[in-house]
Design a binder for this molecule. Structure first.
Ligand code: NAD
Ligand code: WQD
Length: 355
């Protein structure tokens, strides 16, 4: 079996300095995996990697590289014996993707194709791909399971996820050596309970949780609630929020799944429990002990009322269960943002240590 010798082989993590990647790298190191990270810091910085090493109390292999750069990727595959790739690297802002679609297709689609070609060249056939609930478009019913229809997806970001899913399905069909675990995350939030790593959004956040956080910090005056007339518990949009540390353990479970030569499989990673925008504001308010001002405004174009996950397949086939509830997500998010109000600092002296 080609995985037999994996004890001395590496897991390559693209986008490992980012929000979900950094929490996953920490979990992998804690579990004894050998990890090499590739990131170009387009939406992150070296400080997250410095902090992972402090938390894990061990050094981390890192290469500053773009997944579009075939030559550097090839050099990484030549240097390390790699048995599997966790592919997080992507641009992820839905709104931005409608303004600069070519950048999104180039980075997310061409970047993934380039990575897959290099993997093929080195006969590394195991990949875990970061997909999104967005591939379900406007689901007919919630909770949505993996048999649910895919699309139509209306924004370029979501299409890049759907395209790469299709590529992976075709590749696994054509060549039984390929194994691909597609993980469809619902709404990731929270931060490591230490408060030492977390999400580092640049500019005004698009997503609800980081937006609410910035209102708590006084950086934004109030939360705009996009629509109060959905057919939900209180009229505001309902989503399935999942703690980023639960996503991290989901990736470890996905790596284990690769051992069974599964071909191409897709799993929802969510809690199965939906919360409305008002319930989120209430939970964040409890976590920080402050009133959070809000205004109900028009619906956001492209939004849907309810999206929650049926994650029973991941429970059954990956043995994965989320552990954190909404209050813990909010407390951990609040701990991270209150101790790191401007996100990660990047002192030059720190960054040298990982190069
Ligand atoms: P993030 O922006 O924090 O992390 C992505 C990382 O990839 C960043 O460190 C960025 O610098 C890096 N990157 C981007 N393009 C690259 C390139 N061409 N070469 C090398 N590195 C590159 O985002 P995240 O929230 O951690 O998301 C990780 C993955 O999960 C992404 O693929 C995203 O689309 C997917 N996802 C995220 C969410 C979410 O709400 N956060 C939901 C579903 C799916
Ligand atoms: C959640 C709820 C909004 C902001 C997006 C992507 C998805 C995935 C996760 C990457 C909705 C409401 C939001 C605000 C609000 N990302 N809201 N005021 O849209 O479910 O999913 O992030 O793959 O692909 O589409 O997440 O956090 O933007 O919104 O009222 O300022 O909060 O209407 O009901 P969404 P979100």
């Amino acid at each position: 079996n080609r995985l037999d010798s994996q004890e001395d082989s590496y897991v390559l993590v693209t986008g490992g300095a980012g929000y979900i990647g950094s929490h996953t790298v920490l979990e992998l190191l804690k579990d004894g995996y050998k990890v090499v990270v590739v990131d170009n810091f387009v939406n992150s910085c070296e400080e997250s990697l410095v902090r992972i090493q402090k938390l894990a109390k061990q050094p981390l292999k890192f290469h500053h590289a773009n997944v579009l750069d075939e030559q550097t990727l090839t050099a990484v595959f030549e240097k390390y014996k790699i048995w599997a790739v966790l592919h997080f690297a992507a641009l992820k802002a839905v709104g931005e993707s409608t303004k600069i679609p070519l950048d999104y297709y180039w980075n997310n689609v061409t970047g993934s194709l380039n990575l897959l070609r290099v993997m093929e060249k080195f006969r590394v056939h195991n990949i875990v791909f970061s997909s999104s609930a967005t591939v379900y478009g406007d689901p007919e019913e919630s909770p949505v399971n993996e048999q649910g229809n895919l699309g139509p997806v209306t924004n370029p970001y979501g299409k890049t996820k759907l395209f790469i899913e299709e590529v992976l399905r075709d590749m696994c069909k054509a060549n039984k050596k390929w194994n691909s675990v597609i993980l469809r995350y619902f709404n990731p939030t929270g931060a490591h309970p230490s408060g030492i790593i977390g999400e580092n959004p640049k500019g005004i956040p698009n997503n609800l949780m980081p937006y609410v956080s910035q209102v708590v910090q006084g950086r934004l005056p109030y939360v705009n609630i996009y629509g109060g007339d959905y057919d939900t518990v209180d009229g505001t949009g309902v989503r399935d929020y999942i703690h980023v540390c639960d996503l991290a353990t989901g990736h470890v479970a996905a790596l284990r799944k690769l051992h069974s030569d599964p071909g191409c499989v897709a799993y929802n990673l969510g809690t199965g429990v939906g919360y409305s925008v008002l319930q989120i504001i209430g939970a964040m308010s409890r976590a920080c002990g402050k009133e959070i001002p809000y205004k109900i405004t028009d619906r956001r174009p492209g939004d849907v009322g309810i999206v929650t996950a049926d994650a029973s397949l991941a429970n059954a086939e990956l043995g994965w269960y989320p552990k954190y509830n909404l209050d813990q997500m909010c407390q951990d998010l609040n701990r991270w943002t209150s101790t790191n109000p401007s996100g990660y600092p990047t002192p030059a002296s720190e960054t040298k240590r990982i190069l």
